[in-house]
Design a binder for this molecule. Structure first.
Ligand SMILES: [Zn+2]
Length: 432
């Protein structure tokens, strides 16, 4: 960290954060009104341009990172061929390095049922902003941009470069993807040029998130033999095979997973154990036909102590055992996405800058926590090999993906203050 910031500078930053809040709220409302629903990945170009124009207005050099249709087909297989565009803004201070990169994903999950307000309205009620993506994580994008703007309005310049990116396809994950994965593959984020990365996902403003659990998203199909519904004895019922397998997995595997607890604190605490959940099921073609095929998707979450290979073989062992005991049991197993857990050190200048800022703004020591779901951090830490990458942003993780998703405006303000002070601590500021 640079020399201690002067008392007046700190106050000027905190005051300035208050003055940009209304603009940050308006910007967030406008972002919510662009329905970047993923899958399949709608309105990405509009959203990227909107962020890019805002960054341009605030003095950034803006670059759009686009993909050819062939690259879209390869990197976004569930994206209906819709265009993918990422946006990066660069703001140079008195020197080019170090580089602090703020990142947020523009995409939001589908709306679902049970909303009491317009999911794309950006309505403000009782001190909260409502809408799909308010917390996860258009609020983070607004906070990261206006935190840096607060420094500028306080009459300060940073000693280094600030980068801001808005990326696509975080929600659809992937071992590679068209968003953060692509920025890493193309070298926009690399150890040679990027010193620190802050991903502004919602893990509570008093927490610094250092990693996430691992995950396997996969598909299991059972195969049977079709026959007339009136003569089921002549067929093999793939749906019944699947039902048996699912209940065995729940009965036998799940209790074992529940014993395995994460070695580091996780938010929410209910997610501290390893887990397995089935997501979708599809089988059969008609009531009067014994089905020859049934497919489920599953979602396995790994705690810190687990390895991908072990999680795989544990699940496949259940399936294999059935093939040994039931001669007509046939199956296939495939994966869409797999990542091991990530975890970075808290003993870095990036983490310490944020810890100091949280202490200053909220008067408390931060929690060092793990995220239950995976995030784009894996690309930065595992693929690019950048250790100094944390998740810090406004909002509660429990607001993510729910009906009536919302973000407290107080949270937005607190995170703007924390990020502004942390940036000043990390890079150093001066009066130009
Ligand atoms: Zn998110």
């Amino acid at each position: 960290m640079r020399e201690t910031m002067r008392f007046e500078q700190k106050n000027a930053i905190l005051y300035s954060a208050e003055t940009v809040l209304d603009e940050a709220v308006a910007f967030l409302q406008a972002l919510i009104r662009i329905p970047t629903v993923n899958p399949p990945g709608e309105a990405y170009p509009t959203c990227a341009r909107y962020i890019g124009e805002q960054l341009h207005e605030l003095g950034y050099a803006v670059e759009y990172v686009e993909l050819t249709p062939a690259e879209v087909a390869e990197l976004a297989p569930y994206g209906d061929g819709l265009p993918r565009v990422n946006v990066i803004g660069r703001l140079h201070g008195s020197q080019l390095s170090p580089v602090l990169h703020f990142n947020g994903h523009m995409d939001v999950v589908p709306v679902g049922l049970g909303w009491s307000c317009d999911p794309f309205g950006g309505e403000v009620r009782n001190g909260r902003i409502f809408g799909r993506g308010a917390a996860d994580m258009k609020g983070g994008i607004a906070a990261q941009i206006y935190a840096v703007e607060a420094l500028r309005r306080a009459g300060l310049q940073v000693q280094g470069t600030i980068e801001q990116s808005g990326v696509v396809d975080e929600e659809s994950t992937g071992n590679r993807n068209a968003g953060m994965g692509l920025l890493v593959e193309r070298g926009y984020i690399s150890p040679d040029r990027t010193d620190y990365v802050v991903i502004t996902e919602p893990l509570h403003v008093n927490n610094i998130c250092l990693g996430h659990r691992g995950a396997i998203w996969g598909e299991i199909t059972t195969f049977g033999r079709q026959s007339h519904g009136s003569t089921p004895e002549r067929g093999v019922n793939a749906v019944e095979h699947m039902a048996d397998f699912i209940s065995e997995a729940i009965r036998e595997l799940r209790p074992r997973l529940q014993q395995r607890l994460n070695s580091v604190p996780i938010v929410p605490v209910s997610a501290r154990a390893a887990s397995l959940a089935f997501g979708t099921i599809e089988g059969g073609t008609y009531l009067n036909i014994v089905p020859e095929r049934c497919t489920v998707t599953f979602n396995r979450r790994l705690v810190m102590s687990e390895r991908l290979e072990d999680a795989r073989s544990e699940l496949c062992e259940l399936l294999e055992r059935r093939t040994r005991t039931q001669p007509d049991f046939r199956y296939s197993y495939s994966e869409r996405y797999a990542t091991g857990p990530t975890w970075v050190s808290s003993e870095t200048s990036l983490v310490q800058a944020f810890a100091t800022a949280i202490q200053e703004v909220l008067g408390q020591t931060p929690g060092y926590v793990c995220s239950p779901g995976t995030s784009d951090q894996r690309f930065v830490v595992n693929n690019a090999g950048i250790e100094q990458c944390i998740i810090y942003g406004p909002g509660e993780i429990t607001q993510a993906h729910i009906a009536d998703e919302s973000l407290a405006i107080d949270d937005l303000l607190a995170s703007i203050k924390v990020m502004a002070l942390a940036t000043a601590h990390l890079l150093g500021v001066y009066i130009p």
